[in-house]
Design a protein around this ligand. Sequence first.
Ligand code: SF4
Ligand code: SF4
Length: 502
Amino acid sequence: MDKKPVVSTEPLTGDQPIPAWQPPRVEATASRGASPQVEQALADVRRKIYPRAVSGIFARWRIIMVFFTQIIFYGLPWLEWGGRQAVLFDLGARKFYIFGMVLWPQDVVYLAVLLVLSALSLFLFTAIAGRLFCGYACPQTVYTEIFMWVERKIEGDRLARIRLDEQPLSFRKFRLKAAKHTVWVLIAFWTGFTFIGYFAPIRELGAGLLALSLGPWQWFWMVFYAFATWGNAGFMREAVCKYMCPYARFQSVMVDDDTFVVTYDHVRGEPRGGRSRRIDHKEAGMGDCVDCSLCVQVCPTGIDIRDGLQYMCIGCGACVDACDQVMDKMDYPKGLIRYTSGSAITERLSQTQARKRVFRPRVLFYIGLLVVITAGFLYALVVRETLKVDVIRDRGALGREVAGGLIENVYRLQVMNTSEAPLTLQLRADGLPGLSIALAENAQRSYFYVDGSANRLVPVIVRAPAGQVQPGMHDISIIVSDLNPEIAPHNVTEKTSFYVPQ
Ligand code: SF4
Ligand code: SF4
């Protein structure tokens, strides 16, 4: 195997011919006895990619997105709201706290709608701009970016890392690798700890961690998530995007010729080849691509965008930044690789013309659907009744006659207060003449109290004057309303039946 780096990492200079492109290095050995296709696939999976650092506008955007997403991820569980953790998916208590909102298992439909909205947004962004999510916000990309930054700081850039990996084990190599893995493991554990902090109060979790007194499941999930972060961002990297991510496979059905994706302008770039800056390459019959391979060296998935759009491309724009630097040095216009559409390349459209084509029927349909579902979702959230009442008839004791010439039926009310404010609730019964309702524990009282974010079983008795109602089953309503309607105007009516014996 060739032990030298395949491409120079020296800056491009005007007078030197630029070296011809060579394929990215493949460091893999195929399994003996496997078929050529399997050998190729295994070689591909085990190939180690050494992406070169790049600067430029898209690199800056990736850094901004890393900060943006991670400040939210690591910071949100520490945020307090109304005296408790602002975002907490308390699986034990089966309640989801999201700022001022408390979602119960009955509200799972809201989470389902949120998932539908997320999926629709992904379809919309993919139809407009390909895999933007993958390149800038996907956790796999973001953590790989963080882990690669640590790797670069400790082991050096591409060439230094290749050399280090090729060296036999020495004290220096051991020290660098140990330092890198220590930082990686710390980040991975902090990520695992933060992740479970969304499902259990993070301050208690932190105290439990310091005292080494976490429960077995808390240890398991923290170690599992940390291990997954360390493995995926440290080792699997682009293999996750290429072979494990389903989105990579079905994105092709969501993009078309008018989708903005990272594209090599082959009309402008070909025929490619090394040349001196001094020659007029157009006169020499050459395109703008100087075949320097920098776009391949910076690619985190190790592909050559000049071969056309590939499902392995995560749309990160690193090759755009790299190529723009080369174009600058050659005094050629930037944008040989750029975010544009396939039709803009083949029909030679300007960026403005290409942008106008973005708003095609499919995109307008996604936008319309998103607006309608989002509006409906917000409306449903605003008018959501936070008081839920379920009336259960006492099957053991149907109607019976009691003192005072009254027929009595017994019910149990399952009352759920899904808001955070405590409620004092008034009972009423309606549907038959002379109907009255009171608490079973105190026949003089027809109101009761429920804590915020709590549910309560309330036995009640409903009475009607005997003789005024025909024997048999009658439909009645039990109304539960707020004692202070001006504060929280809850008013829930539940239907049930009232039995009058012969
Ligand atoms: S081809 Fe370019 S945009 Fe696609 S993954 Fe590689 S560097 Fe990123
Ligand atoms: S497309 Fe740009 S970066 Fe890639 S080889 Fe050609 S000139 Fe170099």
